[in-house]
Design a protein around this ligand. Sequence first.
Ligand SMILES: [Zn+2]
Length: 438
Amino acid sequence: MKMEELTPHIEELKRVIGDEVDEEQLIDELNTYLNVYHVSVDAAKKGIMRKYGKETPLFVSAASIAKKLNEMTGDEKNVDLTARIVFIEEKQISARGVPKTIFSGILGDETGTAPFTVWDVGKFELTKGETYNFKNAYTKKWNEKLQINFGERSLAEVSERQIQAPERSISYSADVKISDLTEGKGDVTVTGKIISVEPKAITSRGETKTVQTGYIADDTGKVQFTDWNDRKLLVNETVCARNAYVKAWRGVPQLNFGDMCEISRVDAVFTNLQSGVIEREIAEIIKTGGGLDVMVSGSIVDVRTGSGLIKRCPMCSRSLLADECVTHGKVEAALDLRMKIVIDDGTGALTAVVKRDCTEKLTGITFENAVALSKQTGDQESVLRAMEEKVLIMNVTAVGNVLSDDFGPMMIVRELTERPVNVIAEAEALMKKVEGSM
Ligand SMILES: [Zn+2]
């Protein structure tokens, strides 16, 4: 062990033993324990303290240092803190299939708040509102948020100092409207109305678990949520979810009600609940990465390769390259009709995939027409060209979900209709824009 690693232990010994023994001697004795007797640092310190008639202090924690919450990085292995219990509750969890009781809650000091977990509940009792000196905690980062953990080695004693930690409400970040939820936001408070909820089986780390998922809406939008602990949410009730967090799936933000989340039923009334389709500008969608049930209006500026008659795997519906499915190998291909179009609304452009019925409706080319046309010309491209003729520069309104992948946002279209253009209004809008930029 290097000298600088010994220093904190020497400091601790000096604190306990006092001035009776000089530092040189302590170093010497510690070295003997460690390098001659080959005992652990803790055992060495205990031995030395005993030798000088000192009881082992309550907290033998050489490497632990005290920190404020805002100084913690999330990888402290042994840290002390003085904090007030803002909120605490008992929880039943399953640790590798074995039921276990833990405490979880929120603690705070002058610099902030953080969620905490007591993994060994026999260890100490904590009371809400009380300030404690905690020793030997460790920290982690979860969803970009600091988490304080108290394990087997941790200790707590009531502090003489009372911290005026903010009441529970401050530990939660400000209220966030649903349309402002973005990937990675932890600790949000969302108030909304439950539009739908249903159980869903998921597999996490080899364990199957049933969670509740559905949609929640406010007056700015709606979002899919997952309730990880069944809180018996009901359709049409309005709830306030504190300490929820956001994760995105293929660019679409999703709201999660995890262990830290607290849900209360509230009386809020939304005068303009956005539980249905929301009209948005493409630039805005690109910025957030996706969205559910969005409506965009613009011109079709391209009909891309992959439009027209395509071959699909009869088992998984994937489109095929040379009659081969990536999963099912060589298969008897099933023909399908679709379009991949690019819609531009002046703020941006996105690719939209249009399934068979919408394609037939907009182009007037039925699946049967398309099959006949490609047989007649002996060329599948002919269908694509026929589509181009019908829909290029057409003004449309498309409704669907926009997901993102490596190729950017893509709308899976559910409805596609030609939009009658009000030429005068559009010209006036354009003039305004031009004037505005001059
Ligand atoms: Zn397949």
